[in-house]
Design a protein around this ligand. Structure first.
Ligand code: PDD
Length: 283
């Protein structure tokens, strides 16, 4: 069941106002949250980012963190997702419906929509890794806001697929930013390198978990921009996201990364991440 604007409905019964600004302008925000064993993973971090995104687009939310937590819990119950299920929760808030003008109308009521869907962990891909294609970052300059306006991400992902790769690695004027829907890490001499959390990347929840786990386990992390030349001579590459977790990248533009298989630092972080999931959902 979907939750839309205060109602519980089946997918076919859901309606969107023709002048909903989420629909017309991509004027809204969202989160994708992992559910392991029927439990929300990193929920508080997702809520914090959602409220930050709202502030950044000047959207004042009529819901508290507790209201949203109640909604998420109810979604799990209504969809019979319990202990054994891995799934994802999608939650979006559009600015709401109003006669179409570009500036922000006064007194407009935000519209919330949320659903959960079963989604297994990508266990086979985590062992094999993905292939990547280097592509120009054509997105806007506020990639730190998790906005519904995802056309740039849609296109760069498709460009990668057209080139026969599974995902894109994005660069702005030769500086590596992130991937189409995940953050990127390079490993060089056993140390991690990733773009700093500026307006040019999404401040990924998984990225932060991996940085914290790495530091706690004696792996040096550099949150510093690097360029294409550095990327091309990295020992290992991996991306991070809620759904892809710690996903090795085994080739870029058809050239093998390292020996073309997931490397030792990536594999170690995968194990640490898995333990973190386990510790988080079993408390
Ligand atoms: N994508 N960078 C971008 C551009 C993203 O869209 C995402 C998430 C991430 C990783 O963030 P996190 O670790 O918090 O999931 C980085 C989600 C999963 C999506 O749009 O489906």
């Amino acid at each position: 069941m979907f939750y839309i604007d205060g109602k519980w409905v089946e997918a076919g019964q859901a309606t969107v106002h023709p002048e909903d600004r989420g629909y017309n302008f991509g004027d809204g925000i969202y989160e994708v949250v992992r559910i392991y064993n029927g439990r929300l993973y990193q929920w508080d971090a997702h809520l914090t980012r959602l409220f930050r995104s709202a502030r950044e687009i000047r959207l004042s939310l009529p819901w508290s963190a507790d209201d949203l937590t109640r909604l998420a819990t109810e979604l799990l119950v209504k969809n019979n997702l319990t202990e054994q299920d891995d799934s994802v929760l999608y939650l979006q808030i559009s600015r709401g419906a109003a006669p179409r003008v570009h500036d922000i109308p006064n007194g407009i009521k935000p519209v919330i929509m949320a659903f959960v869907r079963p989604k297994a962990r990508p266990v086979e891909d985590l062992k094999k890794g993905w292939t990547a294609q280097l592509i120009e970052d054509i997105r806007w300059l506020r990639c730190d806001i998790k906005t519904l306006n995802l056309l740039g991400a849609v296109l760069v992902k498709q460009y990668a697929k057209d080139a026969g790769a599974q995902d894109s690695i994005l660069h702005r004027n030769g500086i590596i930013t992130e991937c189409s829907s995940s953050n990127l890490f390079a490993v060089k001499n056993g140390e991690l390198h990733t773009h700093p959390a500026t307006h040019l990347i999404l401040h990924g929840i998984t990225r932060q978990v991996v940085i914290d786990l790495a530091k706690a386990n004696g792996i040096v992390v550099h949150e510093k921009a690097f360029d294409i030349a550095f990327l091309k001579q990295a020992d290992e590459l991996f991306l991070t996201s809620t759904t892809a977790e710690v996903m090795p990248l085994v080739s870029v533009d058809g050239e093998a990364v390292g020996n073309g298989r997931p490397g030792p630092v990536t594999t170690r972080l995968q194990a640490l991440f898995e333990q973190h999931i386990y510790d988080s959902v079993l408390v």
